[in-house]
Write a protein that binds this ligand. Structure first.
Ligand code: 5GP
Length: 239
């Protein structure tokens, strides 16, 4: 407890810590400290990824007030060497969580998810946006409103590929209002699978998705968090 106080005085907040409680010692290193009495504190996430932030500053462009275009390296042309660094970072953050499946949503999450899966040595499932539900056999299905197109899609995953034996890491390129992530979490729940958390490349922290999901106890790890952005002033990060 003394260490904790000393670190607080030094301004170190995002730390592993010990909590003492009569005859119980609880080691806390996850997003939410789970006590028998419920969630105790919010995960603040790991260090932001400097390499990624530099790249966003260099090559990202802002459209309007809320769309960040990173299609020269992330979601149209893809810088696979950068993806490998991103995948390694996710692997380090979720190391020891027992992840055996990565789940993403088509289309722009697929590249990142595949490279990340190499570090976890596990398969990737991408949820399909479908109007026809023409996937063979039984499917889990949910609805997601697309941030970029404003449309609502049915999103499906075959029941063959996700079940109660799975520990799932969700990967996506962006987190904005949280609709994509909530849809994917719903699919994980329908499958009776366990959720390790979500790895997000760029979170637009001025939009509500990240805070809402963390408040629900979901571990959300974002590698770069944008505090604000505009065509005039450029991009500012949370930290
Ligand atoms: P959400 O569902 O959290 O509102 O939005 C997440 C999804 O919308 C991501 O899968 C991503 O494809 C897309 N998206 C959200 N914001 C942006 C953005 O600023 N730029 C780009 N390129 N895609 C975005």
């Amino acid at each position: 407890m003394q260490d904790l106080e000393e670190n607080r005085e030094k301004g170190i907040e995002n730390q592993e810590c010990f909590l003492y409680n009569v005859n119980m010692i609880l080691f806390v290193s996850e997003n939410v400290a789970r006590t028998p009495f419920g969630p105790l504190t919010f995960w603040k996430g790991g260090e932001p990824m400097e390499l990624l932030k530099q790249r966003i500053r260099q090559d990202g462009t802002v459209k309007g007030n809320d769309v960040l275009k990173v299609d020269s390296f992330l979601n149209h042309q893809m810088d696979v060497a950068l993806f490998a660094e991103i995948g390694k970072e996710f692997q380090q953050r979720f190391d020891g969580c027992g992840v055996n499946k990565i789940l993403t949503i088509e289309a722009s999450g697929i590249g990142i998810a595949c490279v990340t899966a190499q570090f976890f040595r596990c398969p990737v499932i991408f949820a399909k946006k479908s109007q026809t539900r023409n996937i063979a056999g039984d499917v889990y299905t949910t609805k997601v409103e697309s941030f970029t197109h404003g449309k609502v899609y049915d999103v499906i995953v075959s029941q063959k590929f996700l079940g109660p034996e799975d520990k799932v890491l969700i990967i996506d390129d962006f987190l904005a209002n949280g609709a994509a992530l909530e849809g994917l979490i719903d699919l994980v729940k329908q499958a009776g699978a366990d959720l390790a958390g979500a790895g997000i490349v760029i979170e637009k922290a001025f939009q509500p998705g990240g805070d809402r999901l963390r408040a629900k106890g979901i571990r959300v790890e974002s590698l770069a968090r944008v505090k604000s952005m505009s065509e005039e002033t450029g991009i500012e990060f949370v930290d």
